[in-house]
Design a protein around this ligand. Structure first.
Ligand SMILES: Nc1ncnc2c1ncn2[C@@H]1O[C@H](COP(=O)(O)OP(=O)(O)O)[C@@H](O)[C@H]1O
Ligand SMILES: [Mg+2]
Length: 250
């Protein structure tokens, strides 16, 4: 049984079909990259998978359970976690507080303003562990506003990991990162717990192809190619799209 199974998934915005008739099977522990030019529908596909917006058509199954009409928080409870293309961090919080809040947000589904002391210590320990998994545990007390762009990405991933997801979805984690930060991110992704299923939208082909087991290539809302990194590297359509020449035959 695939971890994630999409059949005929579409999402319409008025007259625009942002995502159209997408079939997708992602296996447990797989690393799947989703590639495609800007506007291809990648983020919309993520939004529909995690329930941030409803699909206009098709079905989404998570571990065999149909979640198509279930709200985002129910999908989080089933083990989906994601990051966003634009960081959604509270700049005034520390790293520890950010991760802590992300755990509390999942625990019981509501914020508890006064956690019991023992519970509080346990949550802080979990926050520290999540920070360690993305090598940002030396900055636990730092304010998010004082961190670099790359560190913001690490915090966002730590916040997602703190929820102990079975499926982690990252939307362009490398965008805006320096070369050095990209190398760190690649190492972080390669070192992720292999039991976590990873779905990665990424513009940086080097990162995507070094991390992924399989690649789904989107264009104008549709899946146009699926294959291993080697198959993707050899695919002319992929080269044409990324070199900005559009489709051959078009
Ligand atoms: N909330 C929205 N309302 C209207 N149109 C949207 C919305 N989100 C995305 N779109 C449109 O859907 C298409 C796909 O966008 P998106 O999923 O963000 O692509 P990608 O992430 O591949 O760059 C684009 O044409 C975009 O303008
Ligand atoms: Mg996007």
């Amino acid at each position: 049984m695939p971890t994630l199974r999409l059949r005929g998934v579409g999402r319409r915005f008025g007259g625009l079909l942002a995502v159209s008739d997408v079939d997708l099977d992602v296996a447990q522990g797989e690393r799947r990259a989703v590639l495609g030019p800007n506007g291809a529908g990648k983020t919309t596909l993520f939004n529909v998978i995690c329930g941030d917006m409803p699909a206009s058509s098709g079905t989404i199954e998570f571990y065999g359970e149909d979640v198509t009409v279930r709200p985002a928080r129910a999908r989080v409870k089933l083990g989906l976690a994601r990051t966003y293309q634009q960081s959604r961090l509270f700049l005034g919080l520390t790293v520890e507080e950010s991760i802590y809040l992300s755990i509390v947000g999942v625990e019981g589904g509501r914020l508890r303003p006064w956690p019991r002391p023992r519970h509080d210590r346990e949550l802080r320990e979990r926050a520290r562990i999540a920070a360690g998994r993305v090598a940002i545990d030396d900055k636990l007390r730092a304010r998010v506003s004082d961190l670099s762009h790359g560190e913001h990405r690490q915090v966002a991933i730590a916040m997602a990991l703190a929820a102990e997801p079975r499926v982690l979805m990252l939307d362009e984690p490398a965008s805006g990162l320096s070369r050095g930060e990209r190398t760190l991110l690649t190492e972080l992704l390669l070192g992720l717990d292999p039991s976590i299923t990873l779905i990665l939208i990424e513009h940086d082909m080097d990162i995507a192809l070094s991390v992924a087991d399989n690649v789904t290539m989107m264009h104008e809302g549709r899946v146009i190619v699926e294959g291993t990194p080697d198959e993707i590297r050899a695919n002319q359509m992929v080269h044409d799209l990324y070199l900005g020449r559009g489709f051959r035959n078009e």
